[in-house]
Design a protein around this ligand. Structure first.
Ligand code: SF4
Length: 571
C-alpha cells in the first residue's frame, strides 16, 4: 500500500491529513524527532537493527488469509499482513498477523529483538504500536482486548492487555504526532540520550553536534563519525563492463571477471570514459541508493544518476529560500572563503620545504601575514563582488608560494614540476593538470554527498548558478580544496607516486596518462580516508565522513536548528 505523508508545507494543504502509520507512532513514542524526520521529511537510513528487522518481517509480509466481512462470523481467523485504516482514528497499519474466532481477534506484531525484561512485558513504543492495531480492529467491528508481541530474538510471545492506561497513552500519542507533523520545524534532538546510540537516523539528526553548538550537550559522542564506511568503485579501462551478480558487482574485461565488490561495500560507482554498466546493475544501485557517476576519459565530471532522488523536499525548499536571501548568502560566503584561505595558510605553514638551508620548515613570514590579512578582509567583505576580489588575491599569493611545499628533489627530477601560476582550461603543465583533476574529483565527491543528503548541488550561495555548474558543491568544497585536493597533489608528487613521465603534452594542454591517473586516484582516496580531529567536536573522523557531517550541519543551519554553520578549520 502506498504510504501517504503529511504535506511538506506543515499540513497547510487543503488535502485531508494523511493517516498515521502505526509503526511511526512507535517511533514517536521512542523520540518525537525521529518520527518527524521519518514521516514528515521522508528520511530513512539502514543500520544493523533495521536490516535485521526487515529480515524478521520477510515471512510475515506475504499476505495470506483474510478478515471475514462479518466480524461476528464464527470461523477461525488467521490472516497475515493485513492493511487496515480508520479515518476516525487517523491511523493506518499493516498488521503482521491477526488471529481469533467468533468476532474476537488479537493482532500479533513481530519484533526481531529479544524480549525485554521489564514489568510491562515490553517497552512503551511497541505496546503503543500494538494497541493502535487493536483500536483499528475495534473500529472495524471486532472485539479486541489484547494482542501479542512476538520477539524473534528469543522466540517468545508477550501478551499486551489493551487497558485504559495504554489506550489513553496511544490516543495521546496519535494526537501528539498529528500536532508535531503540522509544524514546520522538527522537534529538538534528545540531549545526551542513550536512545540515540541505537537510532538509525543518528547521522541525519546529529543530536550531539546540534546540542553542542546550541550549548545543551556537554560533549559529542563519536557515534556517527565511527560508523563503517562504504567506498567508491572506480572502473577505468575503456573495455570494462560492470554487471550484477547476486549481492555483488563484478567487473568484466573481454568477458573475464577481473574484480568484484559487494554492493554493501560500495558507496558510489565511478565510470571513466567508455566503461559500461548493465541495466540490472544500475537498477540495483538505484534500489540501494548507490549513485552512478560518469567521468570523461580524461576524468572530468560529466554527471551522475540516482534512483528517484531524495524525497525530503523541505530541505531543498529551505536551500532555495536561503539562496535568494542576499544577506544570508553573503554571511555564508564570507565564512566559506575565509575558511578556505585559513586552511591554505595552515597547509603552507605545515608543509613548507626548504628553498635554501636557512629556511627549512619555515614558511615566509610575509606570505603568512598577507594571508592572515586576506582572512580578515574576507570576513568583512561588504558584497559578494568584494569577496571575489579578496579570494582572487589570496589565491594568487597562495599559488605563488605553492612550489615551496614541493620537495626540491621532486621539483628537479625529470625536468621537475615547474609552476609559475595557476592555469586551467586546459592546464598547460603537470602541476596544473593534477590540481584541475583533483578539484574535479573533489567536485564529484561533494556533488554525490550533497545530493545524497537531499540538497540540490546546483544551487549555491557564493557561486552563481550557471548551466551545468554544481554551485553548491563548489561552495561547500572551498575550505577543503587545500586540505584534500592540494594535499593529495602534494602527497603524490613528494612521495614520487606521480612523475613527469606520467603526463602527456599535446596542443590541447597537459593531461595525466591512465597509469598516472590511477596512482593519483589512489592518493586522493587515501587522503579522503585519512582521519582528522574535528576542531569543534573533538572526535576523529575521515574526510569522506566529514563531508557528510558538514552537509548535514548545513541542513540543520538552514532549518534554523543551529545559529551558525560551523566551517571546518584546521590548526
Ligand atoms: S538520534 Fe536521538 S534525537 Fe535524533 S532522532 Fe534518533 S533518537 Fe531522536
Amino acid at each position: 500500500m502506498e504510504e501517504k505523508r503529511p504535506a511538506p508545507d506543515g499540513g497547510k494543504s487543503t488535502e485531508p491529513p494523511a493517516p498515521i502509520p502505526a509503526r511511526i507512532l512507535n517511533e514517536f513514542v521512542y523520540c518525537p524527532r525521529l518520527a518527524y524526520l521519518m514521516w514528515v521529511q521522508a528520511e530513512f537510513a539502514h543500520n544493523a537493527d533495521t536490516v535485521e528487522g526487515a529480515l524478521a518481517h520477510r515471512r510475515v509480509d506475504s499476505p495470506s488469509g483474510s478478515l471475514p466481512e462479518d466480524a461476528e462470523a464464527a470461523e477461525t481467523i488467521h490472516a497475515r499482513s493485513v492493511d487496515l485504516s480508520s479515518e476516525r482514528l487517523g491511523v493506518t497499519a499493516k498488521i503482521d498477523l491477526i488471529e481469533g474466532a467468533a468476532g474476537e481477534v488479537h493482532p500479533v506484531d513481530y519484533k526481531k529483538s529479544k524480549r525485554p525484561h521489564v514489568a510491562a512485558g515490553a517497552y512503551d513504543p511497541e505496546r503503543v504500536q500494538l494497541c493502535a492495531q487493536g483500536l483499528l480492529l475495534r473500529d472495524h467491528g471486532f472485539r479486541c482486548d489484547f494482542g501479542f508481541l512476538y520477539f524473534a530474538g528469543s522466540r517468545e510471545r508477550v501478551k499486551v492487555e489493551f487497558d485504559e492506561e495504554l489506550i489513553e497513552l496511544t490516543l495521546k500519542s496519535i494526537a501528539g504526532l498529528k500536532a508535531t507533523a503540522a509544524s514546520d520545524v522538527p522537534p529538538p534532538p534528545l540531549v545526551d540520550s542513550p536512545k540515540c546510540i541505537r537510532c538509525s537516523l543518528i547521522g541525519i539528526c546529529l543530536p550531539d553536534e546540534v546540542g553542542f553548538i546550541n550549548r545543551v550537550s556537554r560533549e559529542v559522542r563519536p557515534i556517527f563519525a565511527r560508523c563503517d564506511e562504504a567506498l567508491p568503485l572506480y572502473v577505468q579501462s575503456p573495455g570494462s563492463y560492470l554487471k550484477k551478480d547476486g549481492e555483488r558487482l563484478v567487473i568484466e574485461e573481454n568477458r573475464e571477471v577481473i574484480a568484484e565488490a559487494r554492493f554493501l561495500d560500495v558507496s558510489q560507482v565511478v565510470l571513466f570514459g567508455h566503461a559500461g554498466i548493465s541495466t540490472p546493475a544500475v537498477q540495483e544501485c538505484f534500489r540501494r541508493e548507490i549513485p552512478v557517476t560518469y567521468l570523461s576519459h580524461g576524468g572530468w565530471f560529466i554527471g551522475h544518476t540516482v534512483g528517484t532522488g531524495h524525497r525530503n523536499v523541505m530541505t531543498r525548499t529551505l536551500q532555495y529560500q536561503a539562496s535568494f536571501d542576499a544577506q544570508k548568502c553573503l554571511k555564508l560566503s564570507r565564512k566559506l572563503v575565509a575558511g578556505k584561505i585559513h586552511n591554505c595558510r595552515t597547509l603552507i605553514r605545515r608543509n613548507w620545504k626548504a628553498t635554501n638551508d636557512a629556511e627549512e620548515g619555515r614558511a615566509p613570514a610575509d606570505l603568512l601575514q598577507a594571508l592572515r590579512s586576506d582572512i580578515r578582509q574576507a570576513t568583512r567583505a561588504a558584497s559578494i563582488e568584494a569577496l571575489l576580489g579578496v579570494e582572487g588575491s589570496a589565491a594568487r599569493r597562495y599559488f605563488g608560494g605553492f612550489l615551496g611545499m614541493i620537495a626540491s628533489g621532486s621539483r628537479q627530477e625529470a625536468g621537475g614540476f615547474d609552476f609559475e601560476s595557476r592555469n586551467r582550461r586546459p592546464p598547460k603543465d603537470p602541476l596544473n593538470a593534477m590540481l584541475s583533476f583533483a578539484y574535479a574529483m573533489l567536485t564529484r565527491e561533494w556533488t554525490v554527498t550533497l545530493s545524497a543528503v537531499g540538497l540540490d548541488p546546483y544551487r549555491g550561495f557564493f557561486h552563481q548558478p550557471r548551466h551545468g555548474r554544481p554551485a553548491l558543491s563548489l561552495d561547500m568544497m572551498e575550505p577543503f580544496r587545500p586540505l584534500v585536493a592540494d594535499s593529495a597533489v602534494l602527497m603524490a608528487i613528494n612521495n614520487g607516486e606521480v612523475k613527469r613521465e606520467d603526463f602527456v603534452f599535446t596542443a590541447a594542454g597537459c593531461n595525466l596518462k591512465p597509469s598516472g591517473r590511477k596512482r593519483f586516484i589512489a592518493a586522493f582516496e587515501r587522503r579522503l580516508a585519512q582521519e582528522v580531529t574535528h576542531p569543534i567536536f573533538k572526535y576523529r573522523v575521515s574526510y569522506r565522513r566529514l563531508f557528510e557531517i558538514q552537509a548535514r550541519l548545513l541542513i540543520r543551519y538552514l532549518a534554523g536548528e543551529i545559529p551558525r554553520y560551523p566551517i571546518f578549520l584546521t590548526r
